[in-house]
Design a protein around this ligand. Structure first.
Ligand SMILES: Cc1cc2nc3c(=O)[nH]c(=O)nc-3n(C[C@H](O)[C@H](O)[C@H](O)COP(=O)(O)O)c2cc1C
Length: 199
């Protein structure tokens, strides 16, 4: 049995293309691997807090010196790293907002790129601690950016995932969604075709 962790980050529930893609992914995956366990974390319904002084103290202070609030903040954050550590396959849904990822997804990354938990510092530089995991990133974009210097999603997410040891990453982009019916239908069909190969 494998564990699949799906992270939703579209601000909208209705009409979201990235949510359509994750729904396709989950349906196809469950049909091919009925024994696998799928967990969905929806960052729009349950946003994770931005990093703040209380959480950093919860991460860094020795336990006996932490306030109740610092302990609680660290415990909430640990749920996110525990979920990721337990997963074999990570699926990130990433709408493009202002050339990059939603701030909710950035907040989640700020929790899970954690020194001593998902990466460590060594004499030769940082080393990712997550091994043997695979990731799929399903993006939805109003325009067309793949392969261009204006795509600030794929290079950033590749770097962030590699930093914690996830190197096996496939991106599936649904692009041109706000460029009229013809581009939008083509962009979605191409993404769905790629998605159908995955499960
Ligand atoms: C606040 C906001 C900012 C956006 N910025 C961009 C952008 O920079 N580039 C782009 O191609 N599309 C942009 N879009 C369009 C979305 O990427 C597109 O609507 C996509 O389908 C959103 O994902 P979703 O359908 O899962 O909600 C933006 C949409 C919103 C709501």
């Amino acid at each position: 049995m494998s564990r699949i962790l799906v992270i939703e980050s579209s601000a909208r529930q209705e009409g979201s293309v990235s949510r359509q893609l994750t729904a396709d992914f989950i349906g196809q995956w469950q049909a091919a691997h009925p024994q696998d366990e799928v967990t969905v974390r929806d960052l729009a319904k349950q946003p994770v807090p931005h990093l703040d002084e209380t959480l950093l103290a919860g991460w860094m202070k020795p336990a006996e010196q932490q306030s109740e609030a610092e302990k609680a903040a660290a415990a909430r954050s640990n749920q996110l790293t525990d979920e990721l550590l337990a997963a074999d396959v990570l699926v990130l849904a990433a709408p493009m907002y202002n050339f990059a990822i939603p701030s909710t997804l950035k907040s989640w990354l700020d929790h899970v790129l954690r020194a001593g938990v998902t990466f460590k510092y060594t004499e030769t530089g940082p080393q990712g601690l997550l091994t043997g995991k695979r990731a799929y990133v399903l993006t939805a974009r109003g325009g067309i950016y793949a392969g261009s210097g204006l795509d600030h999603q794929e290079p950033y997410l590749r770097q962030a995932l590699a930093f914690i040891g996830i190197h096996d990453v496939q991106f599936i982009h649904a692009e041109g969604l706000n460029m009229g019916a013809e581009f939008s239908e083509k962009g979605l069909a191409k993404a769905r075709e790629q998605l159908a190969q995955v499960a």
